[in-house]
Design a binder for this molecule. Sequence first.
Ligand code: SF4
Length: 222
Amino acid sequence: MGKRLPMQSEKTIVDHITVGLGKIATALRSQAWEGGTARKLTPTQGQILALLADRATKAVRLNDVAGELCLTAATVSDAVTTLVEKKLVKKERSAEDRRALLLTLTAAGLLEAKQTTGWTEVVQAGVKSLTPDEQAVFLRGLTKVMHSLQEQGVVSVTRMCAGCTYFQPYVHADAVRPHHCGFVNKPLGEGQLRLDCPDYIPGGEADQARRWQEFVGGWEGR
Ligand code: SF4
């Protein structure tokens, strides 16, 4: 028998998923860049606009923007300087802490953000091709991957249900909506779990660890 060559099929499912996630990230970056160049915005500037649009009613500290986007404060500061020059972002000192810089979108910035965030539509179209059950499983998988990235210190705090003080996993007998959100006081289904919720409040360390175990264990025990 001849020498057996390594085959593509010998890769694990973990390898395949990792490659797939990498391709999705590449697609998002290229779409972001295309959208950005048409409007003369870089992907970083577009990301900042999108984040500020998400918090439309609240000013966000420059350092918090850096933390959430996993960028240095210097990189964000450079991008914000350009956005202020373009009159898309307003920058001012915090009244409570004069060292902190607060960022908000101008009306023109909000309009630009709505156009810029259109780049996610290509990925949305892909996700919509999944069945509702597939979407729920995918969302749960993403939640676990995000949790691991957070534990490894690769991403800053993700404002997702599984770490939120309001989240009560598997407290309802209803298999469709087994979780509960104490903030809105309503049951939540798997497909309603948030990965970036503006109402997220982190619990204490021990509390978060317990809640995470209940979330993971509840699914495995079904
Ligand atoms: S407040 Fe937001 S993050 Fe917290 S449990 Fe409710 S939906 Fe989830």
